[in-house]
Design a protein around this ligand. Sequence first.
Ligand SMILES: NC(=O)c1ccc[n+]([C@@H]2O[C@H](COP(=O)([O-])OP(=O)(O)OC[C@H]3O[C@@H](n4cnc5c(N)ncnc54)[C@H](OP(=O)(O)O)[C@@H]3O)[C@@H](O)[C@H]2O)c1
Length: 270
Amino acid sequence: MSVAGKHIVLTGASSGIGESAALRLAELGARLCLVARREPELLRVRDAVLEAGGEADIYPADLSDQEAVGALAQRLLDEQPRIDVLINNAGRSIRRPVAESLDRFHDYTRTMQLNYFAPVQLTLALLPRFYAQGAGHIINVSSMAALIPTPRFSAYTGSKCALDGFSRTLAAEHVGRGIAVTTINYPLVKTPMTAPTRIYRYLPQMDRRKAAEWMVEAIARRPVRMTTYTGRTWGTATAALPGPTVRATGRIFRTVGEALRRRAERDSQA
Ligand SMILES: NC(=O)c1ccc[n+]([C@@H]2O[C@H](COP(=O)([O-])OP(=O)(O)OC[C@H]3O[C@@H](n4cnc5c(N)ncnc54)[C@H](OP(=O)(O)O)[C@@H]3O)[C@@H](O)[C@H]2O)c1
C-alpha cells in the first residue's frame, strides 16, 4: 500500500473525519503525528491507533494562535526525521446569514485564522523539509461550499475558497518537483461539526469512514482535487453560468431550508 511507512502530520485528529482518518491510515501502516487542541481526545485516538498496531505521536496545539502554529511546526521539524504528508484537516464552520453577521466581523477573522492562515503557515514551515527530501504531499481539506453558492456560510466559504486558491497556486508552482497538492472538497459528512444543525438529519451525509477512505485515496493517487459528482457538476455550472446558478441555488436553499426547518419543528414537538 502506498500509505504504509508514510510519516503523516494530521491536524484535526481528535474528532470527526480526522479521527476516522487517523485510525484508517494507522491500519494501513502510516506513522502519524496527531494535532488538535484537546489532549485527552488526542490520547484517546492515539491509544486506538496503538491498539490497531499503528504508531502515533500527539501534538496538542491551538491552530487559531499563530505563535502556537509556529511552535508546533518547529517541534515537528525537530522531532520528526521525515515528513511525507501534511493533512490540513482541522477546521471550524459557522452557519449564519450575512444579515445576522453585521456585528460579527470576528466570525470572518476566526474562520480565516483556523481554516486558511493555519494551513498556510504550516505549509510554509514544512515546505523546506519537502524540498530537502525532494518529495512531499500537502492535502488541504476544503468543502463543496467552496465550489458552489452556499447561503448562510459566508465566513466558512470565504476561508475555504482562500484555501482552495492557495492550494491551486501551490500545486501549479510545484509541478515536476516531487511535491503534490490535493484539495478535498467534501460534501456534508456526519461528524460532531454537523451534529448541532437539526435540518442536516434530513439530508444525505457521507459516513466519516468513507471520508477517511478519500484521504487514503488522496495519498495513493495524489490528485489535484477530489469531490463528488454533484460537487463537480454544480461547481462547473457555477463557473460557467454564475448568474443563473446563483439565482437558482439561492431559491432552492430558501425553499428547501424552510421546508426542512418546519419538519424539524414538527418532529421536535411530536
Ligand atoms: N463535516 C462536514 O460536513 C464537512 C464538510 C466539508 C468539509 N469539512 C471539513 O472537514 C474538516 C474536519 O471537520 P469535521 O467535520 O471532522 O469536524 P469536527 O469533528 O468538528 O473536527 C474538527 C477538528 O478540528 C480540530 N480543531 C478545531 N479547532 C481547532 C483549533 N483551534 N486548533 C487545533 N485544532 C482545532 C478539532 O479538535 P479540537 O477541538 O480538539 O481542537 C477537531 O479535531 C474541517 O476542515 C471541515 O471544514 C467538513
